[in-house]
Design a protein around this ligand. Structure first.
Ligand SMILES: Nc1ncnc2c1ncn2[C@@H]1O[C@H](COP(=O)(O)OP(=O)(O)OP(=O)(O)O)[C@@H](O)[C@H]1O
Length: 312
């Protein structure tokens, strides 16, 4: 098992689609359709894909917000798809989530001391004084001061609120934080700042991260390993170098080409490159999807790099 923290095998989440007068199940959305990956202790893993590819559903299945249709999620050697096992392992303490929308994920009626203090109260017995001290330390780790303790979420900027979300997620000293589009709602300059705090937290607490994002640019500095998700499946898996230096699947190349360019001189070249990629994608669809429109199974290219392409 080595330093393995969480292992996902052949995970499927199919949502029923109901219709008609009797509201019968008439079909299923294959939101997650047979994916496998492993997160090592203290590692950062990225799942990247466009809207609707199924990435949020993975995060929700990992914390039990949606039920897996099939497959296993193994944490410390135990299958945590079973609620009772999760409880026994204190999985809900060890695995925390950060959401995109901090305004709705932080209780607007509570002060920061109570928002961050809540998970501490649930999992640890601390005196009021010790609790305040712990919340203060956590706030300082994300660059916020003592004055923040007694303010409400709406009294902060979006970036500050997201930092409060990070402090709350790390309060229980989790082993894994699932960050679902944690900076998508923020301005570019603020994104970098929040990501830097996350990196600092990872270093300080040795916590592993699962980053879920639609933007390969955002996760570049954050992830050791990445999975590119499309139509409920992984189309490419690799290390940061594999994915950014040697992308093999056209969908990965398209995501890379979608990273906003700050270099004005290069913009025209970049536009042409994107056009060429779109033409290639449209002309060679059968290289990427089988006759039912499903992504092919992953094949090994190197020990770390896997891609889903039609076999010759
Ligand atoms: N509760 C649900 N019932 C039915 N279908 C759902 C449900 N939740 C998600 N879906 C569908 O499952 C697919 C994957 O959704 P998911 O939210 O996981 O994708 P995503 O990649 O995270 O996209 P986004 O970034 O837009 O949230 C989509 O087609 C979505 O419409």
């Amino acid at each position: 098992m080595g330093d393995e923290l969480l292992k996902v095998e052949s995970l499927r989440v199919h949502y029923p689609v109901r219709s008609g007068f009797f509201n019968h199940v008439t079909d299923y959305v294959h939101a997650v359709d047979g994916i496998s990956f492993t997160i090592q202790k203290g590692q950062s893993y990225g799942v990247i894909g466009e809207s609707g590819s199924g990435k949020s559903t993975i995060g929700q299945a990992l914390v039990g917000l949606v039920e897996a249709t099939s497959g296993t999620i193994t944490y410390r050697g135990k299958d945590v798809t079973d609620k009772r096992v999760r409880r026994k392992l204190k999985y809900n303490k060890d695995v925390q989530m950060i959401f995109q929308d901090s305004l709705s994920s932080l209780n607007p009626k509570k002060k920061v001391i109570d928002i961050i203090g809540e998970p501490l109260r649930n999992f640890e017995k601390l005196s009021r004084k010790a609790l305040k001290q712990r919340v203060l330390e956590l706030l300082q780790t994300v660059g916020l001061d003592e004055e923040s303790l007694y303010k409400y979420p709406h009294q902060f900027s979006g970036g500050q609120r997201q930092r409060i979300g990070v402090a709350r997620a790390v309060a229980t000293k989790p082993k894994l934080i699932i960050a679902d589009e944690p900076v998508s709602a923020l301005d570019l300059s603020v994104q970098a700042q929040v990501l830097n705090y996350m990196k600092a937290i990872q270093k300080k607490y040795g916590v592993a991260f699962l980053f879920i994002s639609h933007d390969l640019g955002v996760v570049y500095h954050m992830c050791d390993n990445l999975a590119i998700m499309h139509r409920g499946r992984f189309v490419e898996i690799g290390t940061r170098e594999d994915i950014y230096q040697d992308p093999l699947h056209i969908y990965t190349k398209r995501l890379l080409a979608a990273i906003p360019q700050t270099d004005v001189e290069n913009r025209e070249n970049h536009r042409k490159k994107r056009q060429a990629l779109e033409a290639e994608y449209n002309a060679q669809k059968e290289d990427y999807y089988d006759k039912n429109g499903r992504v092919y199974p992953l094949e090994e290219v190197t020990r770390t790099h896997f891609v889903a392409l039609r076999k010759e």
